[in-house]
Design a protein around this ligand. Structure first.
Ligand SMILES: [Zn+2]
Ligand SMILES: [Zn+2]
Ligand SMILES: [Zn+2]
Ligand SMILES: [Zn+2]
Length: 628
């Protein structure tokens, strides 16, 4: 997994002797033989190179929206926040039943005549209380795996607390142990199988899990020790026939930790392991593919753009709408490599990345200040232990305006950015307390302070994110007119610089959807206002709704496929917006044709945000299902 589209320097590479490199290449070639079956069901071919190791490429020209991989997880855990909401076997929403229990005070004494109501899944394991199912059938199907985990699962939370380990990570190890034992019992062949459709996908066998890199030496030593202590007690609770050794358990822990995918299924969060996807789809900060969580814990990798034959297929492991430095640090901390993808290795002055944390030149107020990073990260181990080393790099260096001779000390530039980040953080903290009014004012002040004064580039990621947050806050506050305006800015900025996000980038597609959805709602609400201004607004909203929803529909078709419920939802709204637009423009024409009895033009009504209908955001979010 620790590979990028371009050569990645990792500690292993540096230490590797020619022998080790040979061994690695040999392993990559052997893997390509083992996984070659994918080439007969998908338009792809498996390749190796000394620099990249394994990778996957288009076998022919592939249009956007083509499925290039379907994989069912080897093991998965429902995240804590979603624990009772979905089935731990098939991920369908769990049915809930209402229970009551006596209400108790802080001392644990029952409060007289008071009961508390709460929901629990209709089917859950009564022994460990750590697994929820949608049906008896799912519970039965999962029994072979669950029975092995059950006694240990019952102790997971207390062991996690005692050793300061994430319970989710411990559950992940148990899921892998359960998978291994169930496959052994069923005599399942450990060769990978490759599905050509979602419904026929079988979990990638445990044998493939061990092909992934545990990146053990990158995991913080102390944390690893804590995990080891928890795992020792945990595996002692696993039935003897299914037990693994402590060193095997640690290996599984590291494999899951550094290769997991966080997927969203039915709007719930699941951590899952996909060996084939992890082994072959390398990271790029300007990827041409996207992965989407489907029912049953299957992920589909689809092309986001048209991909010419022989081009490497890539996905992104991090949010790409953030500064280069931030992406690289995220990747370093979570995936243990220093990104040298094409985008990251292009000179900053020639890359769209110069805008992402761009500070405007105070002299010409035109160009952004550029500081080319000179540090070449050779030793990841050293960097992992001292991320601050990156900060020392800038001492005594100067940044240069891209369009005039102005220069500024990089440390001063960093101070500006730090001040912006502090203000940005303060506004978000205020929002978290639930004080939307004050939070909104702070965000609007942020724009005044940093954009209107030409301090930050309009494409600066903090500014764009401020508009995104403002859009959400205004939706919450039912001020849809402002929410629409902010949503428009976000879309303009994301599309404004070529190459910042790929066409059909899921986040952008969803912004088109929310924009179209809000415009349609507002247009309907304002349709009764027949003043010239009202008519104009309604028509503008309907026209924006139509074009945004068309983009959302086209984008979702690519990202999720034509038949996905979210694509169908966008299609329905798009068609509705077309109908509404046509009907409205027709009604205006009719009016024009009527003999002119000039009606007294009433004064333009100020639009009242207070009268807005139910919040659009909640609705829009509901419809934005399974995004990766
Ligand atoms: Zn189920
Ligand atoms: Zn149980
Ligand atoms: Zn990169
Ligand atoms: Zn300048």
């Amino acid at each position: 997994m620790a590979a990028t589209t371009e050569p990645t320097v990792s500690a292993q590479d540096v230490a590797a002797s020619a022998d080790a490199t040979k061994k690695k290449t040999k392993k990559a070639i052997a893997d390509n033989i083992k996984y070659a079956g994918i080439e007969s069901v998908m338009p792809v071919k498996l390749k190796t190179s000394n620099a990249k190791g394994r990778f996957i490429a288009a076998a022919k020209d592939i249009p956007a929206g083509t499925i290039v991989s379907i994989e069912k997880a080897s093991a998965s855990v429902v995240r804590n926040q979603s624990f009772s909401n979905i089935c731990h076997h098939c991920f369908k929403p769990a049915k809930l039943k209402q229970m009551t229990r006596p209400r108790v005070d802080a001392q644990g004494n029952q409060i007289a005549n008071q009961v508390e109501k709460f929901n629990v899944p209709t089917h859950s394991c009564t022994k460990c209380k750590m697994a929820a199912y949608c049906s008896e059938a799912c519970q039965k199907e999962h029994a072979a795996e669950h029975d092995i985990q059950c006694p240990a699962l019952a102790q997971v939370n207390s062991l996690a607390t005692a050793n300061k380990v994430m319970p989710e990570n411990l559950r992940a190890v148990l899921a892998l142990i359960g998978r291994r034992a169930a496959e052994k019992a069923a005599n399942r062949d450990q060769a990978p199988d490759f599905a050509s459709s979602i419904s026929t996908a079988k979990p990638t066998p445990f044998g493939c899990v061990l092909d992934m890199n545990p990146n053990r030496h990158f995991t913080d030593r102390e944390k690893l020790k804590d995990a080891e202590n928890a795992l020792k007690d945990l595996i002692a609770l696993v039935p003897e026939h299914a037990r693994v050794t402590l060193s095997e358990a640690v290996e599984l822990y590291c494999i899951f930790y550094s290769n997991q995918h966080n997927i969203s299924v039915n709007n719930q969060q699941v951590l899952a392991l996909y060996p084939i996807t992890s082994l072959y789809f390398n990271h790029s900060c300007i990827p041409n593919c996207v992965y989407v969580g489907e029912v049953d814990g299957v992920i589909c990798v689809r092309t986001m753009t048209d991909v010419p034959a022989d081009t490497e297929l890539t996905i992104s492991y991090v949010e790409i709408c953030q500064p280069r430095e931030q992406r690289r640090r995220d990747l370093l901390l979570t995936r243990h490599f220093w990104c040298k993808c094409r985008r990251c290795s292009t000179l900053l002055s020639k890359s769209v990345d110069r805008f992402m944390d761009g500070i405007q030149c105070s002299e010409c107020q035109n160009g952004v200040m550029i500081f080319e990073e000179t540090k070449e990260v050779q030793d990841i181990n050293e960097l992992m232990t001292d991320v601050a080393a990156l900060d020392q790099e800038i001492q005594g260096k100067f940044a240069q305006c891209e369009s005039c001779p102005a220069q500024i000390e990089v440390t001063k530039l960093v101070d500006v950015l730090k001040a912006a980040i502090t203000d940005y953080g303060a506004a978000h903290q205020t929002l978290q307390t639930g004080d939307f009014n004050r939070g909104r004012l702070m965000l609007e002040k942020f724009i005044k302070d940093y954009e209107s004064t030409h301090i930050l580039s309009p494409y600066n990621a903090y500014l764009v994110n401020t508009y995104t947050t403002l859009m959400n806050v205004c939706t919450q506050m039912q001020d849809l007119d402002r929410a629409i305006r902010y949503n428009q800015v976000v879309v303009e900025r994301m599309e404004g610089i070529e190459g910042a996000v790929p066409t059909n980038y899921p986040r952008l597609v969803e912004y088109h959807f929310t924009l179209g959805d809000m415009c349609l709602k507002q247009a309907k609400k304002k349709a009764s206002n027949r003043t010239p201004l009202g008519r104009n607004t309604t028509r503008k909203y309907l026209s924006e709704a139509k074009s945004s929803l068309e983009k959302a529909y086209e984008g979702r078709k690519v990202v999720f496929g034509e038949n996905s419920p979210s694509t169908q939802a966008a299609k329905r709204l798009f068609e509705e917006s077309k109908r509404e637009y046509n009907a409205y423009t027709k009604s205006l024409e009719k009016k024009k044709k009527k003999p002119a009895v000039p009606a007294p033009a009433p004064a333009a009504q100020p639009t009242s945000p207070a009268a807005a209908p139910a919040p659009a955001a909640a609705q829009a979010q509901k419809e934005t299902s399974a995004s990766a």
